[in-house]
Design a protein around this ligand. Structure first.
Ligand SMILES: [Zn+2]
Ligand SMILES: [Zn+2]
Length: 298
């Protein structure tokens, strides 16, 4: 397949998504539409942060084969391709952070390239299965990696049907199928894409370092309302396999908290934590107030 043939659909998809977002001015506003956007943003972002990032990329916990597939399905609702595509690309990012082999480093090109431009290139759409060999033995994961559109399409269909039902059954809510589709579907997907892409761009440019990583990763506290823990990107680069990126007082990682909740429910096991000696001893910003009691560490 030629470079142009692969390149064009990617540009087209992003253009359509951004243009579709503008239809928000046509479909209008309702409280329920805003709530659907927040709820679906949380689902999609959790699917990326906990599922694609901490599980498939870093294996910061273990789980059963069945729940692994359910997690993968949740991840596909984000519209950010398949779990193995995402994990392979992210493993590469950690291996070559901010070097010339890091395809989305803002230190190797423009900020636009690091944020979105890299994704519009032909080679960026391929899954490097060599980097995710630990998951290629599962045919159902290979299947969902190929048919990754399933999750996002189902979420869009659900929102349209649900909105159409509310329009007839509860007209006082002031919503419609199209309105729910745009707010809960398009806007939440677009916001989730840009926030996740922001980890590659702004989280390697602005913010501060808590740990002496060789790359330019940073922590940005004011991104917490949208990233819920991923904003501690520099902490994460120092301890990539930890289930949480919050190590000291004042740091909050709700995504890590949700993993511990799943552990309590018996859904996941082998939740990884860094050692206190390492994460306090190496700290360079002076914040050495333990957040997790040493007894909880392994
Ligand atoms: Zn990074
Ligand atoms: Zn990572």
């Amino acid at each position: 397949m030629s470079a142009q043939k692969r390149h064009a659909p990617s540009v087209f998809r992003f253009l359509v998504l951004h243009l579709a977002a503008l239809t928000v001015f046509l479909v209008g506003y309702s409280h329920i539409a805003l709530i659907s956007m927040i709820v679906f943003y949380l689902i999609r972002y959790w699917g990326i942060s906990v599922v694609y990032h901490r599980y498939f990329s870093h294996k910061s916990f273990s789980t059963s084969r069945t729940f692994q597939f359910i997690l993968a399905l949740i991840g596909t609702t984000s519209g950010q391709r398949g779990p193995l595509w995402w994990a392979a690309g992210h493993r590469k990012h950690h291996r070559y952070s901010d070097t010339e082999k890091d395809v989305h480093s803002p230190h190797n090109g423009s900020v636009f390239h690091s944020h979105l431009g890299w994704l519009l290139k032909e080679e960026s759409l391929e899954t490097d299965f060599e980097l995710v060999k630990d998951f290629t033995k599962y045919p159902e994961i290979m299947w969902i990696n190929k048919y990754h559109s399933l999750g996002i399409v189902l979420s869009f269909v659900f929102l349209f049907i649900f909105g159409s039902y509310l329009e007839v059954a509860f007209p006082s809510l002031g919503t419609t199928g199209w309105q729910m589709l745009v707010w809960g579907g398009v806007l939440s997907t677009l916001l989730c894409c840009h926030v996740v892409l922001g980890l590659n761009s702004i989280n390697h440019i602005v913010g501060n370092k808590a740990y002496p990583t060789k790359d330019n990763s940073t922590n940005i506290w004011w991104m917490f309302p949208l990233m819920f823990g991923e904003h501690l990107h520099n902490n994460h680069h120092y301890f990539p396999s930890s289930h949480t990126a919050a190590f000291s007082n004042g740091e909050i990682d709700l995504m890590g908290g949700s993993i511990r909740m799943m552990e309590k429910l018996g859904l996941v096991t082998n939740v990884k934590k860094p050692t206190a000696e390492k994460y306090l001893g190496d700290r360079i910003d002076g914040n050495k107030d333990l957040l997790i009691k040493p007894i909880a560490l392994n």
